[in-house]
Design a protein around this ligand. Sequence first.
Ligand SMILES: Cc1cc2nc3c(=O)[nH]c(=O)nc-3n(C[C@H](O)[C@H](O)[C@H](O)COP(=O)(O)O)c2cc1C
Length: 143
Amino acid sequence: MKAAILFESLTGHTRRAGELIATNLQQAGWGITGVSPVRSPEMAAIQDADVVIIGTWVHGLFVVGQAPWGLGAIAHLPALRGKLAATYCTFALNPAKTLDKLDTAVSGLGAEVIGGLALHRAKLEEHSEEFAARLVANIPARA
Ligand SMILES: Cc1cc2nc3c(=O)[nH]c(=O)nc-3n(C[C@H](O)[C@H](O)[C@H](O)COP(=O)(O)O)c2cc1C
């Protein structure tokens, strides 16, 4: 399988998570067509991918009002009809319904969203590994 990773990141955690997910997927035998920011996506990487992974960070008042940052930019990504998508967000305290909101936005691009995971910013390595393992388990390699 080939995956493109798109991230929205202010202080680097979500970018780092994307890079860690890419490394873990490569170790599982997947191809990575590109890892690029949502606001300057690599179009060829998206086109070449079977699965598009979209990550952002949780913005809110920590206990209320949590939402994915950059939904406007995500809504302006190219259409993803015919592609699978998976989502992730990084957070500090509590992601609340951030992933559901992100999934709705990515579904709006036409992708089939197969799931997502919230990654604690203090456990990026562990949680990125879990994200990749779950993705690989849910999409068995094509014959
Ligand atoms: C303005 C602001 C608001 C935030 N609000 C929340 C929040 O409501 N809940 C939470 O768990 N983390 C919150 N965070 C923490 C970020 O989601 C977390 O640090 C994330 O990993 C940042 O990703 P980045 O390094 O890719 O920008 C907030 C961070 C900022 C800067």
